[in-house]
Design a protein around this ligand. Structure first.
Ligand code: NDP
Length: 460
């Protein structure tokens, strides 16, 4: 049968656009449908506008630090509207580039919603389109908790359309988005409560990092409310009242649910394509990102595996090379470096101490210090944490973790070393760049502790 396209991609976000562009470069006839905005979450309501706001939030404290270095700077206030205009202009620029990249690659772009009519046929904004292969790259969406008054709360998308800084904000959750949003709002001058159900923020991160994160968030003036499960939100006059746990009760101007994201699979007609989703709504795929239908693949946040933009683009690129480039390959989900842009940021690659220790004995190196800038500024909450987790048997660095200024910039390079299987001795023989915080990663001489279960090693 002759199809309209060799490849139809549903979703014009990070994963879908990269896949479409590269596949078209390999000579395929490609179309993409996007119903909301080109560039998806990352460009429009995620990484990009968020990072601009993180940058904005940091300037106030830096201006304060400058006095210790002799500068006479006074901060009169912050203009939210000016920041929003600069942010939105940059987002519009980048979103436009995504559209141009597709056109330049010869991809047919539909500004429309696409849904399955059968395994090879889609309804694309009312038009019937067929394709030999279809890839679902529809991403995810922020969710609210199921509780009374949930509709009164905001989600992450809403930060980017607020007309003013809420003076008092309650952030529910303690994952990536929660601690980033709490840092942004606090840095710009809001009173912020972070409320979360665990004892420490950032479940899944290394325990030392989690403890240091709690310390930094508190030092920045964010009120931490651990071990609290939110119960309800009510409107009281023009305020919102949040209650939770047995004692938490606080008023705020805005409440943000930062409690996870759900894959965008509703209304896609997946049943008509013979594809079932998981209980959480994700599309199950095999190691080659094939769904239950071998000609239909799914990539990016819609599979809910590693929900990070660079992972999605890497997988999209590999899939294009595999399907159309005569170069079958997979992007690895191992040793994915990642950063949390709270203030100061966290960055990590590889295993936590607990995960590494569950596999066998490890040597653990931890250092905490005040970076040079803040020995002068005397600002609280700026102590850096660096940590290496090293396999005792092979001396390979299994995990690197950092909380501190520039950690994301530093971890990108460490990620290359860890991905290549560098040993602690490889780190040690590397000459430091002095004076930097980064050099601490190559001068960790004294083991802090040993951890791990010898039996686990024997069983490997
Ligand atoms: P996360 O999964 O990171 O965090 C969700 C938070 O909500 C956790 O603290 C979780 O608590 C809490 N939570 C979930 N359900 C409930 C509940 N029923 N009651 C109370 N608390 C609850 O999700 P995010 O929305 O923060 O981020 C989604 C993903 O997006 C991230 O995992 C990441 O992959 C990606 N992302 C990456 C960024 C980056 O690279 N810098 C930035 C932002 C997002 P608990 O831990 O106890 O389950």
């Amino acid at each position: 049968m002759a199809y309209d396209f060799d490849l139809f991609v549903i979703g014009g976000g990070s994963a879908g656009v990269r896949l479409a562009r590269i596949a078209a470069g390999h000579g395929a006839r490609v179309a993409v449908a996007e119903e909301r905005f080109w560039g998806g979450t990352c460009v429009n309501v995620g990484c990009v506008p968020k990072k601009i706001m993180v940058n904005a939030a940091e300037y106030g404290a830096w201006a304060g630090d400058a006095a210790a270095f002799g500068w006479d700077i006074s901060v009169a206030g912050h203009d939210w509207a000016r920041l929003a205009a600069a942010r939105d202009a940059e987002v519009a620029r980048l979103s436009g580039i995504y559209g141009k990249l597709l056109a330049g690659a010869g991809v047919t772009a539909f500004d429309a919603r696409a849904s399955f009519l059968d395994p090879h046929m889609l309804d694309v904004g009312g038009q019937r389109v067929t394709a030999e292969r279809i890839v679902v790259a529809t991403g995810g969406t922020p969710t609210r908790l199921d509780m009374p008054g949930a509709e009164l709360g905001l989600v992450s998308d809403d930060l980017f359309t607020l007309k003013a800084l809420p003076k008092r904000a309650i952030v529910i959750g303690a994952g990536y988005i929660a601690v980033e949003f709490a840092s942004i709002l606090r840095g710009l001058g809001a009173e912020v409560d972070l409320m979360y159900r665990a004892a420490l923020p950032l479940r899944g991160f290394d325990e030392d990092v989690r403890a240091a994160a709690a310390e930094s968030l508190a030092a920045n003036g964010i009120r931490l409310n651990p071990d609290v499960t939110p119960a309800r939100i009510e409107r009281v006059d023009d305020q919102l009242m949040v209650t939770g746990g047995s004692t938490f009760m606080r008023e705020a101007d805005a409440v943000f649910f930062c409690t996870g994201r759900a894959p965008n699979t509703a209304g896609l007609g997946l049943d008509r394509a013979g594809i079932a989703v998981t209980a959480g709504g994700a599309i199950p795929v095999d190691d080659d990102h094939r769904t239950a239908q071998p000609h239909i693949h799914a990539i990016g946040d819609v599979i809910d595996r590693v929900n990070l933009t660079p992972m999605a683009t890497a997988v999209g690129h590999a899939l294009a090379d595999t399907l159309f480039g005569g170069n079958p390959r997979r992007a690895s989900y191992e040793n994915v470096p990642t950063a949390v842009f709270m203030t100061p940021p966290i960055a990590t690659v590889g295993l936590t101490e607990a995960d590494a220790a569950a596999r066998g004995p490890v040597d653990v190196y931890v250092t905490r210090f005040t970076p040079m800038r803040h020995t002068i500024s005397k600002r609280d909450g700026r102590r850096t944490l660096m940590k290496l987790v090293v396999c005792q048997r092979t001396q390979k660095v299994l995990g690197a973790h950092m909380l501190g200024e520039d950690s994301a910039e530093i971890m990108q390079g460490i990620g290359i070393a860890v991905g290549m299987g560098a040993t602690k001795q490889d780190f040690d023989r590397t000459i430091g760049i002095h004076p930097t915080a980064a050099e601490e990663f190559v001068t960790l001489r004294t083991r802090t502790r040993e951890a791990g279960v010898p039996e686990a090693a024997a069983a490997q």
